[in-house]
Design a protein around this ligand. Sequence first.
Ligand code: R5P
Length: 311
Amino acid sequence: MNENVTLLSGTANPDLAERIAGYLNMSLCDVEIGRFSDGEIRVNIHENIRGKDVFIIQPTNPPAENLMELLIMIDACYRASANRITAVIPYYGYARQDRKDQPRVPITAKLVANLIEVAGVNRVLALELHAAQIQGFFDVQVDNLFAAPVLLEYIEGKNFTNLTIVSPDVGGIKMGRAFAKRLDANLAIVDKRRTTADSTELMNIIGEVAGSDIIILDDIISTAGTVTQAAEALKKAGAGKIMVMATHPVFSGPALERLDKSCIEEVVVTNSIPFNGLGKCGKVKVLDVSPLLGEAIKRIHTEESISMLFI
Ligand code: R5P
C-alpha cells in the first residue's frame, strides 16, 4: 500500500485492525487512546496525517464508549487535516433500531449515522449491516460488504451432502436463498414472532427439514434466543446435525450458556467483534474477515471496483 494511506485503530477490536494492517503489509498509525481522570476519552495521534487517506477501524458494539471513541478519532483526523476519512465499521451497533415500529421510540441507527457524519467522516466501509437500507441513513458513500465469501469457503470445506439452509426470520431469506443456491442446498424458514425486544417466540417451520443437516444462517447472535429456539424447533421436526453461522458475535447476556446447552453442534462467527468466551462455550469457531476488509480498503484507496468482494 502506498504511503498516503494511514490505518488507525480504536480500542474496540485491535486484533482485527492488526490483521488488516498485516494483510496490507503496513503498520497501524501510532495513536494514544486513554482516559482523563474523570473518564472522558483522550485521543492523541502521534504521526503527521495531513493530506492522508485515513481509515479508522472500529466496530461500535457496546459499550457506547466504542462509538464515542470512533467519533473522537474522526474529529482528531479532521482537525489534523486528513485528506479523506473512512470509518471502517465491522459491526454497526444500534442497527436493529432502524425504524419506528411503535409509538414514541427512536430510530437510533439513523441517529448514529448522523453522529458519524457530523464528526467529519467522508465515507463508511461496513460489514453486513443488519438492514441494507441503513446505507441510505448516510449522505456519504457507504460500502456494505458481506461476510458470505468467508462463511461459504468454510462450509464448502465441510462436504455436506443433504443440507438445508434455514433462515430464522423473514429478513434473512435473501441471504439464505443465495447460500442455498451456491451450496446446492434446500431452503427453509422459521417464522419467528418477537414478544419483547430481547426475547422471541417461535412459530412455524416453512419447508422440509426432516433428515437434513442444517445451517441456521443469521447476521447477529445477541442473546442467542433466536438461533437456540430455531434449533430446538428444527430438531423436533426431525432435523439432523445443526450448525449456526452468523457474522456478528454480539453474545450478550445468556448467549454463551444457551449455545453451550443447546443441540447446536457448531457456532461459526467472524471476528467483526472480539470473542474471548471459548472457556464458556467451546462450540464457537471464529473466521477471519481481515482479508476481506483489507482488500476493500486497498480497492477504495486505489479507486478500483469492490464488487468482486461480494461474490
Ligand atoms: C434479528 O432481526 C436479527 O437478524 C437476529 O436474528 C437477532 O438480532 C438475534 O438476536 P438474539 O440472538 O438476541 O435472538
